[in-house]
Design a protein around this ligand. Structure first.
Ligand SMILES: [Zn+2]
Ligand SMILES: [Zn+2]
Length: 259
């Protein structure tokens, strides 16, 4: 390459970088309250303080916080009448307020930078929960390739990155694929959500699954339809157990405790 060409390519690279920074400036403010009190990686201190962390007593199956009068049963009504394929789900905090805003920014407003700070919240939770530490590998819930093209990343995978480092187990993205574009679960009733995701996932590499204990990671847990369907295909393909960890959990049954 001639020197002139080299200079040109450096010049173009610098322009490219300048353009990217112009389009996506590194955020100095919390994207939710716009205050400048940055905590780490863009999460605001005030907003973090307002997140409703889920505390026991929780349903042993779905991890939703139980009202004290329901806590004796250990398992909530939803879980006793639904067949789930995961062994348990735990969510770190309630899907509302600042956390809901952060996840909206991450998913729909091109803020992949928020994922590492949010992922550290998963690590902090796992430090206190030993039953989530002895697993073989992490599978972030995959998104369909068309969504991946539009969004530019799989938010579940970005959230799982800090967890992979802390737990010292790999993220495996080559095991299941999302085959069908599913409707957004938000607009659907519970029964519709389960039929909406049936056959949504396909195992493309079953070998590592034989006898494996899998940690599925996702951003939000609502009815459990999506993660249960993923767990079903993983177990049918040979996994021994599937545990699920999500950052946010939706609280919409009167039996569950709302903070
Ligand atoms: Zn804030
Ligand atoms: Zn439950």
């Amino acid at each position: 390459m001639r020197i002139g060409n080299l200079e040109n390519s450096i010049w173009f690279r610098e322009i490219g970088r300048g353009l990217v920074e112009l389009l996506f400036p590194p955020s100095e403010r919390c994207p939710v309250c716009f205050q400048e009190n940055r905590f780490h990686n863009g999460l605001g201190k005030n907003c973090l303080a307002k997140i409703s962390w889920i505390m026991p007593p929780v349903c042993v199956k779905c991890g939703r916080p139980l009202r004290l009068e329901a806590a004796e049963k250990e398992i909530c009504g939803q879980c006793s009448e639904t067949r789930y394929y995961f062994s348990k789900v735990r969510s770190v905090a309630v899907y509302e307020g600042a956390l809901r805003e952060y996840l909206t920014e991450l998913k729909y407003r091109y803020r992949p930078d928020l994922a590492s700070a949010l992922g550290i919240l998963l690590v902090e939770w796992v430090k206190d929960h030993h039953e989530f530490q002895k697993l073989d590998f992490i599978i972030p819930i995959p998104i369909h390739r068309q969504k991946l093209m539009v969004r530019g990343y799989n938010q579940a995978e970005l959230l799982a990155n800090p967890l992979q480092n802390y737990l010292g187990i790999p993220i495996k993205n080559d095991i299941i694929m999302r085959d069908r574009i599913t409707l957004s679960q938000n607009a659907l009733h519970k029964e519709e959500r389960f039929s909406n995701v049936s056959q949504a996932f396909r195992v493309v590499n079953a070998k590592p699954l034989a006898g494996a204990k899998v940690l599925l990671v996702d951003d939000i847990f609502t009815t459990g339809a999506t993660v249960s369907e993923a767990a079903r295909v993983l177990i049918r393909a040979g996994a021994f157990e599937v545990k699920v960890l999500t950052l946010a959990g939706g609280i919409f049954d009167p039996e569950w405790f709302i903070f």
